[in-house]
Design a protein around this ligand. Structure first.
Ligand code: ADP
Ligand code: MG
Length: 664
C-alpha cells in the first residue's frame, strides 16, 4: 500500500495540499521529516514580560463569548485561571470550539502576553494534552499550509504498518543498539520525550550518512572510475591565453591552473574540488581548464546552480574568449523549445565547444559530441547525486567542482574523500577588506545615511530583507514592505529594484540585468541574491535580521561586495545574537568564519534548523551531525574492507548502491 488515496480520512483537500508539498505517496509522506522541534515548556507567568510568547495551562472560569466579525472571521473571549492569575483570553476563528469549553475545563494556551491587562491573545488553544512538556514537530511548509496540518496527515499514514527497508547492516545495528527503523520513524513524527526522540533521530541520521559514506568510499575504490582522457597540450598556449586576460592571475589561481593542467594531461581521471572564498576568482580558473580541454579537442560543460548565474558566466566567457575560436553556447531550462533544440543539435554535432547552463545540461535530451570536461559551480548546492546523472550518459569526463563554502580541511577530506582539493586563499591584489559593522533596528537612521553615501559615490547597494518563518508572511509581502520604506528614503535619488520568490525567472533576470548595468542602484531581496552574482560596482551589503543566518551564509552574502578596489561595507542589522555576529566584524577570512560556525553550531545540535543548501539528506546534516558522520565513515570503510557487501544478508544494500551509482 503506497497510494495516498488508500489512507482513511484523507480527502481530496488533503491530497491537494500534500501534492503542493511534493508528497505524492505514502512513502513521501512518512519520509517528510520534521526539521525542528518546539519544546513547549510551560511559562512562569510571574517572570514573563509584555509581548512574550507564553505557554500556560489553566482552568476556564467564564463561558466563552463568540463575536462574528464577518462571514469568515470570529473572535472568542473567555477567562481562565492559571497560576493564580485571572486572565482574559482572546482567540480568533475558534468559535466552533465554544461548546467544548465549559467552565472548569483544563486547557493549554499559547499566545502573546500582556501582564498589565492580564490578557493573552492566543494563537493556539489545546485540550487534552496536559503533560508539562510537549514536544511538537515542526515541518517545512509553504504559504497557506500549517505544520499542524502536515502532522495530521502524517498521523493518518502512521495508523498503518510502515513499509520501509532497513539499510543499516546488522553488525552496526547491534554495535549502536539502534531502535528499529519503523519505531524511529514513528517517534520522529510523534515524539513523547526528548530522550527517545534523540535516539530515533540518531538512528535515522546514521542510516542516511552510512549509505552516503558507503557510496563515497565505494566510488573511491572503484578502479574503473579512474581511467580518464590523456590530453596533449603545450602549456605555452595556456600561458599566452593567461597573458591575454585583463588582469594578472594571483599565485593561488596560477597554481590551481597548473595542477588542473597536470590532471588533464595525465591518463588518470580528474575529480577535483576547487575551493576558494567568495570573490577569490574561481571562475577564470575553470575557464582556463575549459580552454585546456578545448585545445585538445573536447567539449566542456559548465553547470551553474541558477539561470542568472549561468547567464552571467556566459557573458563573462564571451568577453574573455573573444579573441579565440572557442564556440560558446548557453542552455537553460527556461529557453524556448526551439532554441533548446538548436543547442542540442549543435552539441551533438560538436559545433559548440563550451556549453554553459543549468541542470538542463544533463537532461535526457542532451547528447554530447565528445564531452571531455564537466565543471560544476557552487558544487555544494547540487549534492552528490548529480554526479551519477553524468555517468548515466555513458561517458567519463574529467570533473572540476567549484565551491565557495569554505569547508575546514578535516571536514572536506571526509566529505569529499574521493576528490583532490585545490584551494585559492589569496584574493586578487588591490582588494580592500570589507568593513563589517553591527547595528540594531534603532540605528536605522545611521544605516540609511551610510547607504546614501554609497549612492552619492555612484555605487550600488544590496539589501537582504528579513527572513520569514514558515507561513508568517509571504516573502513577497516582506520584500514589498521593505521596498516601500526604501522608496520613501531613496525614491528621489536613485532607482530601487526588488526580487522575491513569486517572480518568474525572466522577471528576476530582468531586475538582475538592470542591477548589473547600474540602472538600479538598490536591490532588495530575500536570500535569492544568487550565490555567485558578480556586480563589482556594488559596494554595500545591508542584511536585516542577520541573526537568522549562519555565519557562513552571512559571509557568502557579504562576498557579493568587495569585488574590486573600491572600499566596501557590510552592515549587519540584528537585535539578537550580536556576540556571534561580532566574529564577522573581526575577520574577512572565510575559513576562519566557517571554523567558528562549526564550533558554534557544534555536532549533536538536535534542535538546530537545517540549512537549505544541504538538502541531500532527509534529516542528517553534514555540519551538525559531523560526529555521526565520522562513525558512518569508519563503519563504511570497514564494511567494504571486510567485504561484507557480498554477504547475502546485505544484498539489499548492494542493490541500492548499484542503483545509485550506475558505474559499471
Ligand atoms: P568566485 O571565486 O566567488 O566565483 P569570481 O570568479 O566571480 O569569484 O571573481 C570575482 C571577481 O574578481 C570577478 O569580477 C573577476 O573578474 C575578478 N577577478 C578574478 N581574478 C582576478 C585577478 N587575478 N585580478 C583581479 N580581478 C580578478
Ligand atoms: Mg563563483
Amino acid at each position: 500500500m503506497n497510494a495516498l488515496e488508500e489512507l482513511r480520512g484523507l480527502g481530496p483537500k488533503g491530497l491537494r495540499i500534500l501534492g503542493q508539498l511534493g508528497i505524492h505517496n505514502i512513502q513521501d509522506l512518512i519520509f517528510y521529516y520534521p526539521f525542528r522541534y518546539d519544546i513547549l515548556k510551560r511559562t512562569n507567568l510571574d517572570s514573563a514580560l509584555k509581548d512574550d510568547k507564553v505557554i500556560i495551562d489553566g482552568v476556564i472560569e467564564s463561558v466563552p463569548n463568540v463575536f462574528h466579525i464577518n462571514k469568515k472571521m470570529d473572535k472568542m473571549d473567555f477567562k481562565i485561571n492559571a497560576q493564580n492569575h485571572l486572565l482574559r483570553i482572546t482567540i480568533f476563528n475558534r468559535g466552533f470550539l465554544k461548546s467544548q469549553l465549559p467552565i472548569g475545563k483544563l486547557v493549554t494556551i499559547i499566545g502573546k502576553y500582556d501582564p498589565i491587562h492580564n490578557h493573552i491573545v492566543a494563537a493556539e488553544l489545546r485540550m487534552g494534552d496536559l503533560d508539562k512538556i510537549t514536544i511538537e514537530p515542526v515541518y517545512h511548509t509553504i504559504y497557506g499550509i500549517s505544520s499542524k496540518q502536515i502532522s495530521h496527515y502524517v498521523a493518518l499514514a502512521l495508523k498503518n504498518p510502515i513499509q520501509s527497508e532497513d539499510y543499516i547492516p546488522f553488525i552496526y545495528q547491534k554495535k549502536y543498539q539502534f531502535l528499529s527503523k519503523e519505531k524511529s520513524i514513528r517517534i520522529v513524527h510523534q515524539p513523547s520525550d526528548e530522550e527517545t526522540l534523540e535516539k530515533a533521530v540518531r538512528r535515522i541520521k546514521y542510516e542516511e550518512l552510512f549509505l552516503f559514506m558507503l557510496k563515497m568510499n565505494y566510488l573511491k575504490n572503484n578502479k574503473k572510475n579512474k581511467i580518464g582522457l590523456k590530453r596533449n597540450v603545450d602549456y605555452k598556449r595556456i600561458q599566452s591565453f593567461i597573458e591575454s586576460l585583463p588582469y594578472t592571475l594571483t599565485e593561488d589561481q596560477l597554481n590551481s591552473v597548473k595542477v588542473i593542467y597536470q590532471d588533464l594531461t595525465s591518463p588518470i581521471r580528474m575529480n577535483r574540488l576547487l575551493q576558494g572564498d567568495v570573490g577569490s576568482g574561481k571562475t577564470v580558473v575553470s575557464f582556463i581548464a575549459n580552454y585546456i580541454n578545448y585545445l585538445s579537442g573536447y567539449q566542456t560543460a559548465l553547470m551553474a546552480p541558477t539561470e542568472i548565474l549561468a547567464e552571467q558566466h556566459f557573458q563573462t566567457a564571451l568577453k574573455l574568449f573573444k579573441n579565440t575560436n572557442l564556440r560558446i553556447g548557453l542552455l537553460t531550462g527556461k529557453m524556448k523549445v526551439k532554441e533548446k533544440r538548436e543547442v542540442y543539435n549543435s552539441l551533438k554535432k560538436g559545433e559548440i565547444d563550451f556549453i554553459i547552463g543549468t541542470h538542463a545540461l544533463f537532461t535526457e535530451a542532451v547528447e554530447y559530441f565528445n564531452l571531455g570536461l564537466v565543471i560544476t559551480d557552487e558544487q555544494h548546492r547540487f549534492g552528490v547525486n548529480q554526479r551519477s546523472s553524468l555517468k548515466n550518459k555513458g561517458i567519463t569526463p574529467d570533473i572540476l567542482y567549484m565551491s565557495a563554502t569554505p569547508i575546514p580541511r578535516t571536514y572536506a577530506l571526509t566529505l569529499y574523500g574521493d576528490m583532490d582539493i585545490s584551494s585559492i586563499k589569496t584574493v586578487p591584489k588591490g582588494r580592500k577588506p570589507i568593513v563589517t559593522k553591527l547595528f540594531s533596528n534603532r540605528d536605522m537612521k545611521e544605516v540609511l545615511q551610510a547607504m546614501y553615501e554609497q549612492i552619492k559615490l555612484g555605487h550600488q547597494v544590496y539589501v537582504v530583507a528579513p527572513l520569514i518563518e514558515e507561513s508568517e508572511k509571504s516573502d513577497f509581502e516582506n520584500v514589498n514592505e521593505l521596498s516601500i520604506k526604501m522608496e520613501k528614503a531613496f525614491g528621489k535619488v536613485c532607482k530601487i529594484g526588488a526580487l522575491h520568490g513569486k517572480m518568474k525567472p525572466f522577471e528576476k533576470e530582468e531586475i538582475m540585468n538592470q542591477f548589473s548595468k547600474n540602472e538600479i542602484q538598490i536591490l532588495i531581496s530575500t536570500t535569492v541574491i544568487e550565490v555567485g552574482v558578480d556586480v563589482p560596482n556594488a559596494t554595500m551589503m545591508v542584511i536585516f535580521d542577520s541573526y537568522r543566518f549562519g555565519l557562513s551564509a552571512l559571509h557568502q552574502l557579504r562576498g557579493r561586495v568587495g569585488r574590486n578596489e573600491l572600499q566596501s561595507y557590510c552592515l549587519l542589522i540584528s537585535e539578537r545574537e550580536t556576540e556571534r555576529l561580532k566574529i564577522l566584524t573581526e575577520t574577512n577570512d572565510g575559513f576562519k568564519v566557517s571554523e567558528e560556525d562549526f564550533l558554534l553550531r557544534g555536532s549533536g545540535d538536535l534542535f538546530g534548523a537545517r540549512q537549505s543548501g544541504d538538502m541531500i539528506f532527509q534529516m542528517a546534516n553534514f555540519k551538525n551531525d559531523f560526529e555521526i558522520l565520522l562513525s558512518a565513515k569508519q563503519d563504511s570503510e570497514e564494511f567494504l574492507k571486510k567485504n561484507y557487501l557480498s554477504e547475502k544478508e546485505n544484498f539489499k544494500i548492494k542493490k541500492l548502491l548499484e542503483k545509485s551509482i550506475d558505474l559499471d
